[in-house]
Every structure is written in structure tokens, then in C-alpha cells.
Design a binder for this molecule. Structure first.
Ligand code: ZN
Length: 237
């Protein structure tokens, strides 16, 4: 055999005929010889090969999560949603990562609280960022204690389902807060500059209000509760 033979080369009179390869001859005796044309199947006879089928069979599945609709919704601001997604995945480039590897000696929080920086600390265990999130929640007419980030995410998932104005506002406000806290963190780390708390809240309010105004005016038909939210977020000019 020279290497370019077809299967039919080793079939004669409807039987396997492997020249000088007795071991293979013995192994293939039980394989039924079909008269149908040669064809490549995937997994089982009769199932054609597709790249989708191949990917489905080799990919690993993660358990479903609840947060995508809270992050990637029709009204989201993409740069905010991306930053929120990074926070949920713990994927921001924080200074506690090189600290854990022993590359740096310290990873102090840039908001001068004396604690080390971590995702949970930045969002919103740090007294400074906790104050920001507390005030943003108050602007959403929500008054409660601030919890760990994982609990804040779950609370948002549970209380922001649907596309009504208050729920939409909460989703926008949460992502905007995560984004502007991270921007302020970077400003302090890399630009040796900082904004005071009120300016950060003003930036959050501005982004959320601009997004709401870019859509169909959501407060025109609103009742007293929505009217209050509209006032809090500067939607009435
Ligand atoms: Zn801090």
C-alpha cells in the first residue's frame, strides 16, 4: 500500500481483504460492509458533520446566571454595562492581583480609607464609594443599608426586572455608579487627580439623565412617584 488508497481497495467480493495486515484484518471482521457511498458522519451513522454539532459536543456548559438582563438591556449605556460586567466577573485590573502574586508590597484603596483595594471593597465596602451608592439609591427613592457587592447585584436583579421607568432607572443608575467609581479610581491612580463626591454623583446623574432623555420621554405620563424620580434625576430641566 502506498498511502493513497480508498476503502474500496481493501474490499473484495464484499469482504475485507487487508493485504499483509492480519492484525487489522482480524479487527475489522465485525464491521459491516455497506454498499452505500462513503460518507463522513458525526457521532452516529446518518448524522452529518456540522461545525455547530462539533462545537456543541466539545464545549463546556456553565450554569445559567440571572444577571445578563440586568446588565445588557435595551436601554443600557454600553461602556457602563461593560464596566458592570467586569465588576460582576471580578475582572477589573485591580492592584490586589499583583499584591497576591507578590509583585507589589501594597494595594491601598485610592480613596484613602486605609484598606486594600479589591472588587468588593471598591463596590461598595469602601466608605467613600458606599456614600456615593447610598446617595444614588436615595435618588432612586430607595433607602436601605448597603450590602456586599454580590448581595447588591442580587438585589438589583430582584428589583429591576422589566422595562418600567423605576426599574429601568435603577439598572442605569447601578451601572453608571460602578462605571464612575472605576473612572474615579483610575483618575486617582494614574492621573494624580481627583473629583469630590458631589462631582462624581453629578457625572452619574448626567449620564443617566442624558440616556433617559435620548429615549421616549418616560416621565410625561408619570404619576407622583415617577414625578419624584424625575425631579431627583433632573429630568424636568
Ligand atoms: Zn476604600
Amino acid at each position: 500500500m502506498v498511502g493513497s488508497e480508498l476503502v474500496q481497495t481493501v474490499i473484495a467480493n464484499n469482504q475485507w481483504r487487508w493485504p499483509e495486515l492480519l492484525e487489522i484484518q482480524c479487527r475489522v471482521l465485525d464491521i459491516h460492509i455497506s454498499s452505500s457511498p462513503d460518507c463522513i458522519y458525526w457521532n452516529s451513522v446518518g448524522q452529518p458533520f456540522t461545525s455547530k454539532g462539533a462545537w456543541t459536543s466539545v464545549r463546556s456548559y456553565a450554569p445559567p446566571v440571572e444577571w445578563p438582563a440586568m446588565v445588557w438591556h435595551s436601554s443600557c449605556i454600553y461602556r457602563h454595562a461593560f464596566c458592570l460586567w467586569l465588576a460582576i466577573m471580578g475582572a477589573h485590573r485591580r492592584r490586589d492581583k499583583p499584591l497576591l502574586l507578590g509583585i507589589v508590597d501594597a494595594a491601598l484603596c485610592p480613596f484613602n480609607c486605609g484598606e486594600n483595594e479589591s472588587t468588593e471593597h471598591l463596590f461598595f465596602a469602601c466608605p467613600f464609594t458606599q456614600q456615593i451608592w447610598m446617595q444614588i439609591l436615595n435618588m432612586c427613592n430607595i433607602r436601605r443599608q448597603i450590602a456586599l457587592l454580590s448581595d447588591e447585584i442580587q438585589w438589583m436583579i430582584d428589583h429591576s426586572r422589566g422595562n418600567k421607568f423605576p426599574q429601568n432607572l435603577r439598572k442605569l443608575a447601578f451601572a453608571a455608579t460602578i462605571y464612575h467609581v472605576w473612572m474615579e479610581r483610575n483618575r486617582r491612580c494614574f492621573k494624580n487627580n481627583f473629583l469630590i463626591l458631589d462631582h462624581i454623583i453629578h457625572k452619574i446623574q448626567g449620564d443617566v439623565a442624558a440616556k433617559l432623555w435620548s429615549q421616549e420621554n418616560p416621565v410625561v405620563q408619570a404619576g407622583e412617584h415617577y414625578h419624584s424620580l424625575g425631579c431627583n434625576w433632573g429630568l424636568f430641566g
